[in-house]
Design a protein. Structure first.
Length: 290
């Protein structure tokens, strides 16, 4: 079985082919330009293969309501040229195949739940901390959608006592993405996250915001494991700092075997950073079953 994959990002589009076991057989990376420039290259890649289905994980917001006339459209994205673009329809015109669609962060959550560190758990959360902050939620073994899809990267937070930064988000001054994304770190400290020393005060502030968000997610979604990924989380020292602050903030209000073992509750991404691609494979497989 051959499943085509499109992991659509704001900077690059990763196209791949995999099998039902999650093995990635081929992949290419295409720069995200204008739709009329980028889509022909994506379609050309897929036309090389005899595919059984295609799974898509895309940046958004994206319309995931199958009853909506704009199902599969990228909606009010900051990437202006892609606003109101019919991503799913563009691919469906070329391929008479089952084509499944979800958000990019849900694809990562699905990848971890199917092949990775949350496999076997019926509830989990995957958080990507990078250019933006996205949250994929798995409950009862399925990715959570709803009216649109959870935008938990924009939950409002209490500020760190020593943080005077106004916030990066144009909509909310003190949301998680506005305070803790990669661009927020760079704007606040004048250097990219990967260039800051491990003892920088940046990590004290960053871990404070991430721990606060994780407490909120524990209390609202009640996941059995929380996975942190994205470029900022390559700073491995953050995990111990987040766990310490999380424990203090939660203050034993939730006391389950999962939360008592924070080293196995708040964990790094697995799958060699291929969780998004592997999640798209599962999205394609699930669409075949519909």
């Amino acid at each position: 079985m051959r499943i085509g994959v499109l992991e659509a990002g704001g900077t690059k589009m990763v196209c791949a082919v995999g099998d039902e076991n999650g093995q990635i057989l081929e992949r290419v990376s295409i720069a995200t330009g204008k739709p009329e420039e980028t889509m022909p290259d994506i379609l050309e890649f897929f036309h090389q293969y005899s595919l059984d289905a295609i799974g898509i994980g895309t940046f958004g917001p994206v319309d995931l309501d199958r009853t909506s006339p704009t199902y599969g459209y990228i909606m009010s994205t900051p990437k202006i040229l892609w606003r109101n673009f019919d991503l799913l329809g563009c691919i469906k015109k070329e391929f008479m195949l089952p084509i499944g669609l979800d958000t990019d962060v849900n694809a990562s959550a699905i990848g971890e739940a199917t092949y990775g560190v949350t496999k076997g758990l019926d509830s989990s959360i995957y958080i990507t901390v990078g250019t933006g902050i996205g949250v994929g939620v798995i409950l009862d073994g399925k990715a959570v959608h709803g009216m649109q899809h959870p935008e938990a990267g924009h939950i409002l937070l209490s500020r760190h006592p020593e943080d005077t930064y106004a916030g990066r988000c144009p909509y909310h001054g003190n949301c998680l993405e506005g305070l803790a994304s990669g661009p927020a770190i760079e704007e606040r400290f004048g250097r990219k996250a990967k260039e800051l020393p491990v003892d920088s005060v940046a990590w004290e502030i960053e871990s404070y915001y991430l721990a606060q968000a994780l407490v909120d997610f524990t209390l609202t979604y009640s996941p059995k494991r929380i996975v942190l990924g994205g470029g900022v989380m390559h700073q491995k020292q953050l995990f111990a700092m987040i766990r310490e602050k999380y424990k203090k903030m939660l203050n034993h209000y939730v006391d389950t075997p999962y939360v008592r073992d924070l080293d196995n509750y708040i964990v790094p991404y697995s799958l060699n950073d291929d969780q998004g691609i592997m999640g798209c494979i599962r999205i394609g497989l699930d669409e075949m079953k519909r």
